[in-house]
Design a protein around this ligand. Structure first.
Ligand code: CA
Length: 241
């Protein structure tokens, strides 16, 4: 009996960038079984082109590739404006490596060898979150803090009339902070609400995302907000009066 397909909305497109044919085959089988459309790339450069031109809903990116590293691929596709979730596949499991991955704009990582169900669950969680407004969003869908407008329906952020490009994770963090403007949210709260699960990750894995978010907001005077790290507690977004 064929396995039940997940409730189909639009079919999601997953880009897999992995050079090892054996792993590619296994992962593609898992992805197809989950009902995803799969695009495959066997090198970093090919993967960058596919990420930019084929508009995947999610990128699964191997850490070690023959031409350029997965980290460089991630950095480059973010630079070129790809905002979808990026999950790194890694043979390493050290927290240092994971933090480096998050710093270049990855949303999550999965350590090889991985369990098929774990991979599938992780993908579903990221794709679901990409489809949803954060749970803290208001019904009218627009959160305004200082000069920052967070539209949780179109998932766009504007300062004055300028749209600020954010990754999925950055958007979710900002929406959550904006919905709780003036209040401190702990790293644990942010991880749980934005990642949707508490993986065995260091709470400080939130920090690189926050640093990038702060750079994007702080570089614009019209934003009129302070995104602060509150020592020992977490983060807070407050309007500057
Ligand atoms: Ca590899």
């Amino acid at each position: 009996m064929p396995e039940a397909q997940p409730a189909a909305q639009a079919r999601k497109r997953v880009l897999l960038i992995e050079d090892e044919p054996a792993i590619r085959t296994v992962v593609i089988e898992i992805l197809r079984r989950e009902g995803y459309e799969v695009i495959e790339s066997a090198s970093g450069q090919q993967g960058i082109r596919a990420a930019v031109s084929r508009e995947p809903d999610l990128v699964l990116l191997d850490w070690v590739l023959p031409d350029i590293s997965g980290l460089d691929v991630c950095r480059e596709i973010r630079r070129q404006g790809v905002l979808c979730p990026v999950i790194m596949l890694t043979g390493r499991s050290s927290k240092v490596d994971m933090v480096v991955g998050l710093e270049v704009g990855a949303d999550d990582y999965i350590t090889k060898p991985f369990d098929a169900r774990e991979l599938a669950a992780r993908l579903r969680a990221h794709l679901r979150r990409a489809d949803q407004s954060p749970s803290a969003s208001r019904r009218e869908g627009l959160l305004v803090v200082g000069g920052v407008q967070v539209d949780t329906e179109s998932r766009r952020v504007r300062v004055s009339d300028e749209e600020i490009p954010l990754t999925m994770t950055e958007f979710n963090l900002l929406a959550l902070l904006a919905a709780n403007a003036g209040r401190v949210l702990t790293r644990a709260q942010l991880l749980e609400k934005v990642w949707g699960y508490l993986a065995d990750v260091d709470y400080h894995s939130v920090d690189p995302h926050m640093q990038r978010l702060r750079r994007k907001l702080n570089s614009r005077d019209a934003a009129g907000v302070a995104l602060e790290a509150v020592p020992g507690l977490g983060y807070r977004l407050t309007p500057l009066s």
